[in-house]
Ligand binder design. Structure first.
Ligand code: ZN
Length: 178
């Protein structure tokens, strides 16, 4: 069986200083660990998945619109942050997922694509720990995936939520938190 590293919302709008819904320093501080994991997954020929929000400007059906500022509506906002893009080997074992909800599994082909590739273990990195990482981990639990989360490779703009989610992964979602 194979493993997949799923990089969730690690993009300009969620990480850069002037991103629309940024985690700021907390998000920027996890870049090194994410790059280290990408290098390791590339080397082992495991899968790398980039799962990113894909919202439309002024979409009245966007459920997030009254909760959060508009984000991930253009290429700049959706571009991978820092040097992450440069280290991903896109020629092999690479997948891109556009998502419209917190979970990378919601209404996407992610589960199907992982199953076709015999992936039964997913490693989650990116932001936000207590929103998109948490909701992806919940669905991974329901779908039966082994899940690993790295506390130095996830971040949030809400520190309390970040810590709550780390406990929840371990105590309720059967995930391994490293
Ligand atoms: Zn969103």
């Amino acid at each position: 069986m194979k493993k997949a590293l799923i990089i969730i919302d690690y993009v300009y709008d969620f990480v850069a200083d002037d991103g629309k819904l940024t985690c700021g320093k907390a998000g920027q501080n996890i870049e090194k660990k994410i790059i280290e994991l990408i290098t390791q997954f590339n080397k082992n020929e495991d899968f790398i998945v980039v799962a990113t929000d894909n919202h439309e400007l002024n979409d009245i059906y966007n459920r997030e619109k009254n909760m959060f500022p508009e984000h991930c509506i253009d290429n700049k906002g959706r571009a991978l942050y820092g040097n992450v893009e440069k280290v991903i080997d896109k020629n092999t074992n690479y997948l891109e997922i556009n998502k419209n909800r917190y979970s990378a599994f919601c209404a996407t082909a992610l589960d199907l694509k992982l199953k076709e590739r015999n992936v039964d273990e997913i490693h989650l990195v990116g932001v936000c720990t207590d929103i998109c990482i948490l909701h992806t981990a919940i669905e991974a639990y329901n779908l039966g995936y082994k899940t690993v989360i790295y506390k130095d490779a996830v971040a949030s703009f809400n520190e309390k939520g970040h810590n709550y989610a780390l406990d929840h992964f371990k105590n309720v979602l059967l995930a391994t938190v490293l």
